[in-house]
Design a protein around this ligand. Sequence first.
Ligand code: HAM
Length: 454
Amino acid sequence: MPEPLFRTPKGTHDVLPEDHQYHTYIKKVVRHRCRQAGYTRIDPPMFEHKGVFERGIGEHTDIVEKELFTVTGKRPSANSEQAPSEDREAREYALRPEFPAGICRAYIEHGMQQLPQPVELYSIGQCFRYDRPQKGRYRQFHQFDLEVIGLRDPSLDAQLIHVLTKILSDLRILDRLTLQMNNIGTAENRKAYMEALKDFFIGKERQLPEDDQRRLKINPLRLLDSKEEDTRILIKNAPKLEQFLDDESKTYHETLLEYLQELGVTSVPNPSLVRGLDYYCQTVFEFWDSSTGAQNAVGGGGRYDGLIELLGGKPTPGVGFAGGMERMIWHMKEAGVQAPNKDQVDVFVAQLGPEAKKQCLPLVSQLRDLGVHTLGALGEASLKSQMRLADKFESRYTLLLGKMEVKENTIILRDMKAGKQKQMAFKDAVPEVIKLLGKENLDTYVLRDHVGEE
Ligand code: HAM
């Protein structure tokens, strides 16, 4: 094959039909479990004013500092001072690196505090982070996201986590993962702790790698989940966040763990788990690959009681989670989970001669309308090569209409797997195909309204 002129940009990939089966299945499971639990769908735009993310996620987080994709929108006018305000504004957009900041902006903008609380929302879609691409880390990736906004109670955190375990269990990957849990206390608790950490590192700064020296100045909490060996050794003797938690935070966490136990959800305490976004308080959690024990999370989340206020709303608590769909698909494949193939070709219609082709066109159309995935009546190829095509498409049945059959008003129905065929009256072909496939397996979105939904 010649070298293609263009390839996908670094860190992005085409979602090819075979992978779409997994995407479609995950979306279906998420929708199903979310609806059962009273969540309704929201899709914030793929880009927002940069400030939504800067304020929401935090200016000094990796996501905002290094990974934000800014969008220029329009080409700036020659004289930017005189550029229309919309033009100036357009230069301040960024592609969404995650969902909650946009969803909370929408909660405020649409006055959702007037609705019965909590407001439970979910979303599914692409996110963008300008990170260094590697296995499982892309510049464009897919997340599903669940948010519970408006009330603060450990039972809500527990219910959210329970829904997630249901989703992961439906995807048949829950047993490959461990739920890592921590409580990072209130903003005041963390402030006191960060001071203690800074004190601890006085005189030891030079032993830290450059990046972590910077973190120590800006957000020392991030040293806890540093991947650098030198930092990890030093941090072992540092004061622990746990010692700085107030009684309310401790009780909140204990109650949450009790509720999770009631729901049959097992978790592992992880005092180093702090998460990389500034908006979290109290509960934080991640689902990790249990085999490697590495920090290779398929999803993570936590409580963010200050986020809505940061974005200009009234103080409103919230808790949420996002799952990385590419990483989940990787696990499904590793576990040998086959996503149902919704693109299976049921019937291939082969024909020979102008009369047969004429009859085939409405036959194909009728089968499709009835919910049978049908291909055929394509070109002028011989019956033999059309049969080979039917084989390549892995069609379950083939309907054959040659010159002879047209004359006799019959048609041949061939079961491709069994290699058997029979001749029948032309008018009997459709009812016979439907009988063989089973009415319940037809792809009719009027009857089964979830099929094919985006
Ligand atoms: P996060 O931990 O940044 O949290 O991302 C959640 C999941 O998205 C990760 O565990 C991972 O599976 C996937 N993910 C993140 N970055 C990438 C990437 N570059 N390539 C592939 N997959 C990736 C959040 O995004 C929070 N907004 C979660 C949340 C929702 N908290 C409250 N509500």
